[in-house]
Design a protein around this ligand. Structure first.
Ligand SMILES: NC(=O)c1ccc[n+]([C@@H]2O[C@H](COP(=O)([O-])OP(=O)(O)OC[C@H]3O[C@@H](n4cnc5c(N)ncnc54)[C@H](O)[C@@H]3O)[C@@H](O)[C@H]2O)c1
Ligand SMILES: [Fe+2]
Length: 378
């Protein structure tokens, strides 16, 4: 039980279909004259990066484009972006894309003012100095990174997804426009949507849950659970997209001020070792880990099931995976022998991240290894 709580979110949030139109004015409000536009090649191809660039230029803000972000951004992506930011002499950063582009932008901002190697800062509130202001424009619904004080950067040399939690990883502004998610294909919609639902669930059952985060987590579950299926089946359904994106943002606010827990602790090493997307890594673990954690917080899990409109949570989560077309680890071509040989490393990395410590039921390395095995057989 924590006795005092704190709550941080960006001070400017524009939400709603058409919110992208606020980008120029938001850049002006933050005093930007020249920005680094951080994005990836697919977002450029979709035309969204060009749209953002045009809005910024119309507001008199110069743009240097950096479109080299890889899914699960690496330390190298951050260094390359930093070089582009310096070459462009930028005084602000705009990220347009999924969690990968937003996290890479946070990394570039932090590195500009903190010359020490980024890995030195993993963990909670280890970053000493504030970087440049970042405006985040998410195109997935999603990680919630636009409103979180969390950043995830991959150290590809060690196959480790490093997690940073710091007030200096909080964006100055978030522009959350559900219309930008209409182009997400079905599997991406499903995987990032289950990630968002997992943020809400873990925030609500976390040992660090607090009244403000409970409110947001329950609202997020109510918004995401009944609408994710529709967003998957009918990608052009703007009402469903709006509900899921609002839920994803609320879930981000919730977990950023509470925490994630065992599912996320295990998903990061799974994703890093087998190059699975974050959302898929979460989705394949969520039912099994929930089943393990349930006895430690039965009332909380029952409330989540009720908010989902289900009688029992584990079967509801399994059903959601089936209905939205989440593949199994086997179907994702994760080889059984390599998986088994990496279970010990994945369990150790999961514990080292600190997230499992917030789980309602504590788990040791042996139990985590057992859960990895169960997830493979599921
Ligand atoms: N900082 C945080 O709070 C936080 C929270 C959860 C996850 N994460 C991290 O975020 C990353 C994952 O982000 P993500 O799941 O949003 O995906 P992503 O940013 O990695 O994007 C995945 C792919 O989808 C494409 N894409 C994005 N938006 C699209 C759209 N509207 N239409 C079509 N294609 C689109 C991208 O171009 C990319 O190819 C992981 O590294 C994860 O660890 C961060
Ligand atoms: Fe996540």
């Amino acid at each position: 039980m924590i006795l005092t709580t704190s709550f941080r979110i960006p001070s400017i949030i524009h939400y709603g279909t058409g919110a992208l139109g606020e980008l120029g004015a938001t850049g002006q409000e933050l005093g930007f004259t020249r920005v680094l536009l951080v994005t990836d090649a697919s977002i450029v191809k979709l035309g969204v990066a060009g749209q953002a660039q045009a809005l910024l230029e119309k507001a008199g803000i110069g743009v240097t484009l950096f479109d080299q972000v890889q899914p699960d951004p690496t330390l190298q992506n951050v260094e390359d972006g930093l070089a582009a930011l310096r070459a462009g002499n930028c005084d602000g950063i705009v990220a347009v894309g999924g969690g990968s582009s937003i996290d890479c932008a946070k990394g570039i901002s932090v590195r500009l003012k903190n010359p020490e190697p980024l890995p030195d800062f993993t963990g909670v509130e280890k970053i000493p100095r504030a970087g440049l202001d970042v405006i985040a424009v998410p195109t997935t619904a999603g990680t919630g990174s636009e409103v979180t004080r969390v950043m995830v950067i991959t150290d590809s040399g060690r196959d480790v997804k490093m997690m940073f939690v710091s007030r200096h990883c909080l964006c100055a502004a978030a522009i959350v426009d559900p219309a930008l998610t209409l182009s997400m294909p079905r599997l991406l919609t499903a995987a990032v949507g289950v990630d968002a639902l997992c943020h809400a669930i873990e925030a609500y059952v976390s040992k660090r849950a607090q009244p403000m985060t409970d409110l947001l987590a329950l609202s997020a579950i109510r918004l995401i659970a009944p609408n994710l299926q529709t967003a998957c089946d009918d990608g052009q359904n703007l009402r469903a997209r709006e509900a899921v994106m609002l839920g994803a943002m609320q879930a981000g606010m919730a977990f950023s001020n509470s925490s994630v827990a065992l599912v996320h602790g295990m998903a990061r090493p799974l994703g890093a070792c087998f190059h699975l997307t974050h959302g898929l890594s979460i989705a394949v673990l969520l039912p099994v880990v929930t089943d393990f954690s349930l006895p430690a917080a039965p009332e909380r899990y029952a409330r989540i099931a009720a908010e989902m409109g289900a009688s029992e949570i584990v079967s509801a989560l399994r059903q959601l995976n089936r209905d939205t077309g989440i593949p199994s680890l086997r179907a994702l071509s994760v080889p059984a022998d390599r998986y088994e040989s990496l279970i010990e490393k994945m369990a150790a990395d999961a514990l080292a991240s600190g997230s499992p410590a917030n789980n309602p039921r504590s788990a040791n390395a042996g139990e985590i290894a057992g859960l990895f095995r169960q997830a493979y057989e599921a």
